[in-house]
Write a protein that binds this ligand. Structure first.
Ligand code: ZN
Length: 136
């Protein structure tokens, strides 16, 4: 049976990436599209420096709205792996964002997950970018 897309509420005070991973693990997913809205108590983002080929961390220790979370679930080294980007807003409605890292603490979270059981994508190291991208 094909798994249906579903909505899920994420728990307050939990780590965002861990919570999404737990939901995907519980459903036995290995490939999916992820969308979400909500709010964070604090955020841990990064920006991939294309010149330095490394992620530059950015910690935001303040309440933030999640205007948009967009990502996917695929396999990396044989294990499910979530890649998620967040657009956030502060109390003055200024928006910014980046690559989500562990350390984003949920205030409220509503995720929409679309399982893609017909697909299997595996991340492998891509030398031209220095990133783990989908195998072609
Ligand atoms: Zn990213």
């Amino acid at each position: 049976m094909t798994p249906e897309p579903f909505l899920v509420r994420l728990p307050k005070d939990a780590d965002l990436m861990e919570s999404l991973m737990a939901v995907c693990r519980e459903k036995g997913l290995t490939c999916a599209a992820i969308q979400m809205v909500g709010a964070l108590r604090k955020a841990s983002l990064s920006f991939y420096s294309q010149d330095d080929r490394k992620y530059l961390p950015k910690l935001l220790n303040e309440p933030l709205e999640i205007l948009s979370g967009l990502g996917n679930l695929s396999l990396k080294a044989g294990r499910p792996f979530i890649h998620l980007h967040l657009t956030l807003a502060d109390k003055d409605c200024r928006a910014f964002g980046g690559h989500a890292q562990p350390g984003c603490v949920i205030f409220a979270g509503e995720a929409f997950i679309t399982p893609l059981p017909g697909q299997s994508l595996t991340r492998v190291f891509d030398d031209p970018t220095g990133l783990f991208l989908w195998e072609q």
